[in-house]
Design a protein around this ligand. Sequence first.
Ligand code: BGC
Length: 739
Amino acid sequence: MFKPIKPFFTLLLMVSLAANVSAQGSLPVYLNEAKPIEQRIEDALSRMTLEEKVAMVHAQSKFSSAGVPRLGIPENWMTDGPHGIRAEVFWDEWDQAGWTNDSCIAFPALTCLAASWNKDMSALYGKVIGEEARYRNKNVLLGPGVNIYRTPLNGRNFEYMGEDPFLASKMVVPYIQGVQSNGVAACVKHFALNNQEIDRHTVNVTVDDRTLYEIYLPAFKAAVQEGHAWAIMGAYNKYKGQWACQNQFLLNDILRGEWNFDGVVVSDWGGVNDTKQAIYHGLDMEFGSWTDGLSKGASNAYDNYYLANPFLQLLKSGEVKEEEVNKKVRNILRLVFRTNMNTKRPYGSFGTEEHALAGRKIAQEGIVLLKNNDNTLPINLSRAKKIAVIGENAIKVMTVGGGSSSLKAKYEISPLDGIKNRIGKEAEVVFARGYVGEKPKAQDGLKTGDVEEKRSPEELTREALEVARTADFVVFVGGLNKNNGQDSEGNDRKSLGLPYNQDKLISALTKVNKNLAVVMISGNAVAMPWVNEVPSIVQGWYLGTEAGSALASVLVGDVNPSGKLPFTFPVKLDDNGAHKLGVYPGKGEQTYNEGIFVGYRWADKENIKPLFSFGHGLSYTSFEYGKVTADQKDMTADDNITFSVTVKNTGKREGQEVVQLYINDVKSSVPRPVKELKAFEKVSLKAGETKTVKFTIDKTALSFFDAAKHDWVAEAGDFKALIGASSTDIRQSVGFRLK
Ligand code: BGC
């Protein structure tokens, strides 16, 4: 029998290792992953021609930019968006290329993620969407979006994380880390002050420094300094008269100067307007410019980009120094080394069951139970034998539409199908459309799946009421629908009200059946004139591939709802600062006169009772808060203070509660919000179980931005820690002093 001689094999191994080492030794520095990244960057840069450098700083197709083929440096490939990996489009057009292997898992919109108030959900989201991007060979994911919810009319609010800078800051970080653990860069957008879609390409935002730093920048800062985002996307709007994608103040002074950002600044698609500003004001990569060449279909239209031939000529003539392009290329090379030249990054996965289930879990954690009189929900299946599902949103495809976040999903379970799948065997499910939205245009060649409707609105109402009258339980599924002006990029909503006469229909339904749950699908607050007539309301968001199963699981109580609102639902538009002060939408100019008083900060200051408050969300169980204690009475500026509170599940089933800590500055030299969110924790409690939740803060939680000093200041004096279940449901408070 042949026996392997061990020493022989050891020798072979050593020889091959030695060969490997010598191969590494002969590698040029930029290809040697053992070398420090900055050395590799300088080495690559030193080998590149001017033309190769300029080719890297602008697009070569809709979603890609050139690498350096001669040196084996790959292209950069970007993909939308925050909620799933966009279908492949043609090289030069927005239309889908017709691939048959690019159907993704659609994840819940970011409002839903924010509504989970669960950082673990954010980490999971980032990991799975990063895996999808990686598998599709994209090295930059164009998301997440963290523009602050300033007005409920903003068409893109659904893509963002709500109205509170602290909540958005905490939720954005794990998302970025999850994405980037796949060797894919998160590209945080839209930096900054892109808070409306109307006039987005031209509006100039005027905002005072304190408001900028306290409200509109924190989530971006956290993305850069805690999430270590490798990319950031400029916004379309102007700030201080300069477009945000070529903005000295935002990009050079703040992003790079104050925050030491070392990633790439990517323009929004068509966000560049001037070569000189694009050169000098901190932009690295230009995408989507609508040059004449491109609209006329010239084959080399990309050469006309502001950072293409016009830049090259300025460099060649010596009018612009080569160092200007070098700065940009360094950032791009850093991106490439971190992503698609990192040989150790994983390979990703795409369209898997695991990803779909992750999406479902996030959806289940983000769905918010807004109202539930007399335990109308969950649906009692031992009593309800006939269930009427009413409303177009029960059958509407919601992964298509809305603009650049539109997706070609592998599948999408509608609310109606989700309900049927879950309870079809236990009860009869009947459907009536009830109302019809306008027919959306197919986007990027994607089918919206809309079913044609020939009946008149009156006929639809009649049918809905008839179906509702004979049912044991009615689930109305309505809201907005991602059509133009109904939660969609490029346009805002015209009013807070529901479209398509839904208010009338809902009121009529309450008259024929009291066992009614209204499910709102939207990424925005809507007015609810029928709120007192309806016993239960669920905020359902845009939930992606597993939308219907997630909704059904909450409606029947397989899952106990635990989401909390990431923004305020005002009763009427005038309950919102930007609207009350008449600044929005402005004409070319938008002055943020409400200052720091955005969302609940405005409602608190003006003593306005919201329809539903920031942080609000019910459960099928109940929670009792014990007394809050502080570990000390006085803290110093270099100290921490810890608050503890017990939370008990006093109901009959397991549930999760989001315990929220707000800080109130009792006396201050400047106007301050009545309270500001400074910590939160989602805790899971079995029936009867009690847990102690601890929050530790330092002076940053007490500080405001002093514009004159251009720094954060915590003034000595009295503060209160307010602990509650929402911004208006404060259960406990304790005072303390900053010495
Ligand atoms: C949007 C971006 C998006 C880009 C590429 C722009 O219109 O504002 O958010 O990433 O298009 O599709």
